[in-house]
Design a binder for this molecule. Structure first.
Ligand code: NDP
Ligand code: MG
Length: 380
């Protein structure tokens, strides 16, 4: 029986994790659930999955917890997710969105728990620290992001296996085929109509700006110990090839399938074993697959993300924080599409370099970069 601590249980990934648990109740149990503000869904999940602990970060919703099932320990407030990371779990499933997911992941590592990692912002902001601590503790960090799961599968579930190059595919997001002039006029509601994947709002905006692909290249560098020169991103509108690995002898392996997060989520919990999912068979007959480079003029967030990684130290953390602010403002229709890279660039330029020696450096960088992004917003 694998005992799961689930961070971000009410989100798109979190709900799919619970579907996997419900499909295989003899294999999985839930020790704890952590959510942000959706108290109603958290309660439903608690009634169905009987966790020992439930956490809700938004203390303003705490009154909604009064009629929670008896016997569950409840925590609220900004540090609530830390209480979900317990001694008696086997796997911490990190499916919270954003920088807020970093602290509980570091806590999981300090307790020596396997981390199934969907929360890519954690690796982007604190990858050096997270991977160093995981290596010191001998903790497995298991990729959940579909591209990184595809690579993991091509590497026979060995993150340290040798390769020459990683090729990460991108759907291209909702605005792939539009001109820059057309994209400039697009609102969040248009960006949220993602052609191939159904995900949380923030990541769907990141897909439209292609910043998500920048985050994923950085995530791959950390997970697979590669420099930027060995990770390539290509647009592949059909989302059938989830990513590829080129080996030293020139062989290229890819993982293909119908686009669904169900597979990478379940596999992160069962690998190397493969169990049935609800995913239909892939039919390639009559399908044409396309691959093209990312248009960096139309999607400046992609090179911006990579540039922050080249700068190193705390700059990717600043880039991520500014993007969280900018994507949030775009979602509220308060800025235009091309204001997103403006806010990010401003915040990165203003960030003072600091060596990421501990979590506090990241927390301070994140706080400052959010303020810089808002400063730029106020001057628009
Ligand atoms: P959602 O927005 O759907 O869900 C986010 C989850 O995190 C919710 O449960 C939310 O709670 C919770 N949350 C947010 N902030 C806090 C906080 N401060 N404390 C506690 N809980 C919090 O996002 P997704 O599920 O789409 O994405 C989750 C992560 O997985 C992201 O990092 C994303 O990049 C990554 N990912 C997602 C994919 C997808 O297909 N969706 C694919 C690959 C990666 P509540 O809703 O209750 O406020
Ligand atoms: Mg992905």
């Amino acid at each position: 029986m694998i005992r799961i601590a689930l961070l971000g249980s009410t989100g798109s990934i979190g709900r799919q994790v619970l579907s996997v648990v419900a499909r295989y109740p003899e294999r999985f149990s839930v020790v704890s659930l952590a959510a942000g503000s959706n108290a109603g869904l958290l309660k439903e999940q608690a009634e169905k999955f009987h966790p020992r602990i439930c956490c809700l970060t938004d203390a303003g919703k705490a009154s909604a917890l009064s009629d929670f099932p008896r016997g569950i320990s409840l925590y609220t407030g900004p540090n609530a997710p830390l209480h979900a990371v317990t001694e008696d779990c086997d796997v911490v499933f990190a499916a919270m969105s954003g920088f807020a997911g970093l602290a509980p992941v570091l806590e999981a590592i300090s307790l020596g728990k396997t981390v199934a990692l969907a929360n890519k912002e954690t690796l982007v902001a604190g990858g050096d620290l997270v991977m160093k601590r995981a290596a010191e503790k001998g903790v497995a960090v298991v990729p959940v992001d579909s591209e990184h799961s595809a690579i993991f599968q091509c590497l026979h579930f060995d993150r340290h296996a040798p390769f020459r190059k990683l090729i990460i595919t991108a759907s291209g997001g909702a605005f792939r085929d539009l001109s820059a002039e057309e994209i400039a006029k697009k609102k969040a509601k248009d960006a949220l109509k993602h052609p191939n994947w159904n995900m949380g709002n923030k990541i769907t905006i990141d897909c439209a700006t292609l910043l998500n692909k920048g985050l994923e290249v950085i995530e791959a560098c950390h997970l697979y110990g590669a420099g930027l020169d060995r990770v390539e991103a290509v647009v592949h509108p059909e989302s059938v090839v989830h990513s590829l690995v080129e080996f030293e002898d020139g062989a290229v392996m890819a993982q293909l399938g119908v686009p669904s997060m169900e597979l990478p989520i379940q596999l992160a919990l069962t690998y190397p074993e493969r169990l049935p999912t609800g995913i239909p068979s892939l039919s390639l007959v009559g399908k044409t697959l396309h691959f093209s480079p990312i248009d960096e003029e139309k999607f400046p967030c992609f090179p911006l993300a990579l540039e922050s990684y080249r700068l190193g130290d705390n700059f990717p953390c600043a880039m991520n924080a500014a993007n969280e602010v900018a994507a949030g403002l775009y979602l509220e229709d308060r800025i235009g599409f091309y204001d997103i890279p403006r806010l990010i660039r401003h915040a990165v330029e203003k960030t003072a370099r600091a060596e990421v020696s501990c979590e506090a450096v990241l927390t301070e960088t994140d706080r400052a970069a959010r303020a810089y992004a808002l400063e730029k917003f106020n001057s628009l």
